[in-house]
Design a protein around this ligand. Structure first.
Ligand code: URA
Length: 248
């Protein structure tokens, strides 16, 4: 990312890697469907037990189809395609951006342009690979000229992102930029005041850390130091490490 604020010590890299590999997400556990004895006398068969993940897969597929054919806002007329989201559907980290740009609109994947390259470095700094996280945007369609999303566009599209978060059930959310942070937190506060502390998202009170958007950091490299501090904060929350800064 071009900022040398801190260097991860080898020992802590190992701890982080171990935590990531040794502590599988709770939500990967398959919860069998509970069927009341009055309704079905026999205990659930093995086939019924494996039905739960198939349901989840069906929910993903239904959501993908809905987004691909969505006409709820005018952006469907100008977009090349809807940009659904990408990554591990059982990820522990969910990263939220603003909206697809030109490259994303063409390729159908979030954060593949210049901002995406910087985001990849941020993900790497967290000790992760892009495939290990889930990446989504507030909007699934590119606003013409990359303008800021209009409120009605956000209102139409945000429920899709919320459903994605419900399906992934991440351990932590990283909101990149003011549009992501403000809309997930239903706040009008500036990104400068939302970053640097831990918020909670939704009924499950998922920890949410806000930081600057990679596009902003490309324009204002002097702010990278603060973004790096935000990543350190998120890393500590995720690993439940003490806040004295000795963990990285
Ligand atoms: N900026 C975003 O917020 N999202 C993308 O997918 C690309 C650039």
């Amino acid at each position: 990312m071009g900022v040398r604020v801190w260097t991860r010590r080898v020992a802590h890299e190992a701890v982080a890697a171990a935590a990531i590999t040794a502590a599988p997400p709770d939500h990967t556990t398959v919860t069998p469907m509970v069927v009341g004895p009055a309704a079905v006398p026999a205990p659930p068969s093995p086939a019924a037990v494996v039905a739960a993940p198939i349901d989840t897969a069906a929910q993903w597929e239904a959501l993908i189809q809905t987004v691909a054919t969505c006409t709820a806002c005018p952006l469907h007329k100008t977009r090349t395609q809807g940009v659904f989201g990408v990554g591990d559907r059982a990820a522990r980290w969910f990263i939220v951006g603003e909206a697809p740009g030109e490259e994303e609109d063409l390729q159908g994947e979030p954060f593949v342009g210049r901002a995406g390259q910087l985001l990849d470095k941020m993900i790497k700094a967290l000790g992760l690979r892009r495939e290990e996280v889930y990446i989504g945007n507030i909007l699934k369609s590119r606003p013409p000229g990359n303008r800021t999303p209009a409120p009605m566009e956000v209102a139409a599209c945000l429920p899709y992102l919320k459903q994605q978060i419900e399906l992934v059930r991440p351990s932590i959310i990283l909101a990149a930029g003011s549009v992501a942070a403000q809309n997930l937190l239903a706040s009008t506060a500036s990104i400068g005041s939302l970053r640097g502390r831990v918020h909670r998202y939704g009924p499950s009170r998922i920890p949410l850390v806000a930081t600057y958007h990679p596009s902003y950091l490309l324009r204002s490299p002097s702010e990278k130091r603060k973004a790096w501090d935000d990543l350190r904060l998120a890393w500590r929350i995720f690993h439940r490490a003490p806040p004295d800064g000795k963990d990285l």
